[in-house]
Ligand binder design. Sequence first.
Ligand code: NAP
Length: 244
Amino acid sequence: MELEGKKALVTGGTSGIGREVAKQLAGLGAEVVISGRDAARGAETVAEIEAAGGVARFVAADLADFEAIAALAEEAGEIDILVNNAGIFSFAPTPGENRGTFEAMFDVNVRAPYFLTAALAPKMAGNGGAIVNVSTMVAELGMAGSSAYAATKAALASLTRTWASEFAGFGVRVNVVTVGPTQTGGTSSMSENELGFVTGLTKLGRTAEPKEIAEAIVFLASPRASYITGANVAVDGGATAVLG
Ligand SMILES: NC(=O)c1ccc[n+]([C@@H]2O[C@H](COP(=O)([O-])OP(=O)(O)OC[C@H]3O[C@@H](n4cnc5c(N)ncnc54)[C@H](OP(=O)(O)O)[C@@H]3O)[C@@H](O)[C@H]2O)c1
């Protein structure tokens, strides 16, 4: 199998896109560490992977807690693939943004992937490591009400390019996937108006299934993408590429 002998860490592997990524990586033979806060959903995901013949374990980590980032890196050990997927989103007009929500989004969406990558990327040296970051189309297109969330993901897209440069010498590739509206537990909390508006911006005129996003993430994490680094791959139904 393509990823036999590889070890992967998927943050936010207990739900939505991350869960599909974990399942697909394990299906290709990788040993997968799934992180998240919800132990029950973690155990469910591990059981699903094991039932399909894969290898996975769950590590509980609240990535809003700075100390938990180093603990997760330690628990994961040496890995070949890091998918910085865990993220939270909340929408508000800028004058109405709540300080706690603002800080939580920056902590989980920027600080956690930053220090996780800092801890894990150097250990990938020589192993042909791959890091895939997960961003959003609203980091590329101005959408009223998305200021803080969009800024966190724009930061992650920028970090992708810097890390591609910093870690190329270690043989580590770093890419970002720009995601369009996808049916997950996360989007189930969005109003019909919010989700409908974003879906209307896609040229395919529909939301994605988590597995459609996972396919692109897993491709970038695999040796099939061996000459791709620093790229921003849009998996957004054409929303950021096509006018009208
Ligand atoms: N769905 C979309 O339409 C969409 C669009 C663009 C971009 N994205 C991005 O795609 C990624 C995945 O989104 P999703 O829709 O699949 O979300 P989701 O279903 O809400 O899942 C989010 C995942 O992140 C984890 N997570 C959240 N806060 C955490 C924290 N403080 N510490 C550790 N883990 C935490 C959750 O784990 P626990 O609950 O177990 O903690 C869960 O596994 C996010 O980065 C999101 O911004 C999603």
